[in-house]
Write a protein that binds this ligand. Structure first.
Ligand SMILES: [Zn+2]
Length: 298
């Protein structure tokens, strides 16, 4: 992987395209010139970033699939030169965390190149690691762009650093060169007053003009993720409920069954509602239970 040589096999034998020369060459520069997605299922040579890293897979069939309209909507809205601040209220299982990670990965070669990106997920290191491992796996198809890969961070050869952090504000403070912050499951942090998290992030955004993606399913009428929906602020509010993925990764009939469940708060999990019923029907929220969510697999 660290081979540095003056001649490649195909310099000597131009017709011979060895697998080694492909994996050794750093393709960061090529990626930095590509658009996010060409719009086709089948790739052409260097047609787009999405075909270099691979299209998303259907969660059941594992076949490559095009982006769903709501995913394209967020991609389109986020890929702009100016600072973007997103508050994304989403249903579970609609591929939204996936898309945010892909946007961050793409921008690591474009808008965020050479800077630092913070991924804040969970109050425990374990949760943060799960999200980071998922991001790391997205670099498996472009290993030549990765310089090093530590416990909770990835450093790219183009200088971009992506670092996972648990949500305690001490870990977040004092960062510089930050180009973007993603907060995954922002409504689910296991602290009673989670406003300290946003209080720690806001000055960073202001100083660095960094992008931010606050992404979450709702979790009761509490916490900064909920409060932002009630206050005047400069976040762009976007909301994607379960209907966005109907016909793509599940059918309406399948969802009708799911929506009958009484053991989950379906209005909250699938319909983007900040329900107040949770504490009475689904148990009182404690420090422990708020942290007890699973990182979305799709
Ligand atoms: Zn393409």
């Amino acid at each position: 992987m660290t081979l540095k040589k003056a001649y490649k096999t195909n310099d000597l034998y131009p017709a011979f395209n060895s697998a080694e020369s492909v994996s050794v060459d750093d393709i960061s520069e090529i990626i930095s010139k590509l658009i996010f997605f060409c719009g086709n299922v089948n790739p052409k040579k260097d047609c787009c970033f999405s075909h270099i890293v691979g299209l998303p897979q259907h969660p059941a069939t594992l076949q490559p699939m095009k982006y769903m309209p709501h995913q394209l909507d967020l991609i389109k809205q986020s890929l702009v030169d100016k600072q973007v601040k997103f508050h994304v209220n989403k249903s579970r299982q609609i591929g939204l965390t996936e898309i945010c990670l892909r946007i961050i990965q793409y921008q690591s070669f474009h808008k965020y190149k050479g800077g630092k990106i913070l991924i804040i997920a969970g109050t425990r290191e374990k949760t943060t690691r799960t999200v980071m491992n998922r991001l790391k796996s997205m670099f498996n198809t472009i290993p030549s762009t990765v310089k090093s890969n530590d416990n909770l961070s990835i450093t790219l050869k183009n200088g971009t650093e992506i670092e996972g952090k648990p949500s305690n504000s001490e870990a977040i403070r004092g960062e510089t060169k930050i180009k973007a912050v993603m907060v995954d499951e922002a409504a689910h942090f296991g602290i009673i007053d989670d406003s300290v998290v946003l209080d720690a992030i806001e000055p960073i955004l202001h100083t660095n003009r960094s992008d931010i993606f606050l992404v979450s399913t709702p979790r009761g009428q509490r916490g900064f993720f909920y409060e932002l929906t009630k206050s005047e602020n400069d976040y762009k509010m976007v909301q994607y409920d379960y209907t966005n993925a109907v016909g793509w990764i599940y059918t309406q009939e399948e969802m009708n069954e799911e929506l009958k469940r009484s053991d989950v708060d379906v209005d909250q999990e699938y319909r983007c509602q900040f329900t107040s019923a949770r504490s009475s029907i689904f148990g009182v929220i404690t420090d422990e239970s708020t942290e007890d969510y699973e990182v979305e697999e799709y």
